[in-house]
Design a protein around this ligand. Structure first.
Ligand code: CO
Length: 150
């Protein structure tokens, strides 16, 4: 019993020590390239986070008019419809329909060598819900998408 108690105390102290590490982990960086690909197929937000910052780096060279990328967070069920409406909205609107309430978070569209970021308000999400991120540049969503887990 005494040994078990000691192990529990040690475990509790260790998990307390993990706190600042987890808190500092409320962010992710994702890269988009000239081959129309993201380098991540999944982003996981820790449940201790209230805000989660995503930085998108376009590591290619193509201009945003030809190979632009953004990072858009939606419910997975909304992805295709938001992408279709977004494609029609045009680059000046960052390929998203004006006032689209299905969009939970989004960055602007960037071109090669540029980066941008957005802060996701995780209090708007349901833990364990089915969320996806994608690029809304016309045609990109079929390849540039992934799951956002919270
Ligand atoms: Co793209």
């Amino acid at each position: 019993m005494k040994v078990k108690l000691k192990q529990m105390v040690v475990a509790a102290v260790l998990s307390l020590g993990m706190g600042p590490v987890l808190a500092a982990n409320c962010e992710a960086t994702i890269e988009g390239n000239d081959a129309m690909k993201f380098n991540l197929g999944e982003i996981v937000a820790n449940k201790s986070c209230k805000k989660f910052t995503v930085t998108l780096k376009h590591v290619g060279k193509a201009p945003k008019s030809a190979m632009g990328h953004n990072w858009v967070l939606v419910k997975t069920a909304d992805l295709q419809a938001v992408a279709t409406d977004g494609a029609a909205a045009g680059l000046p609107k960052n390929y998203l329909k004006d006032g689209d309430t299905r969009v939970i978070a989004s960055t602007k569209v960037v071109g090669g060598g540029e980066s941008t970021s957005v802060s996701v308000d995780l209090t708007k999400l349901t833990a364990g819900g089915d969320y996806s991120f994608f690029c809304s540049f016309p045609g990109h969503w079929t390849l540039m998408k992934g799951k956002f887990k919270y």
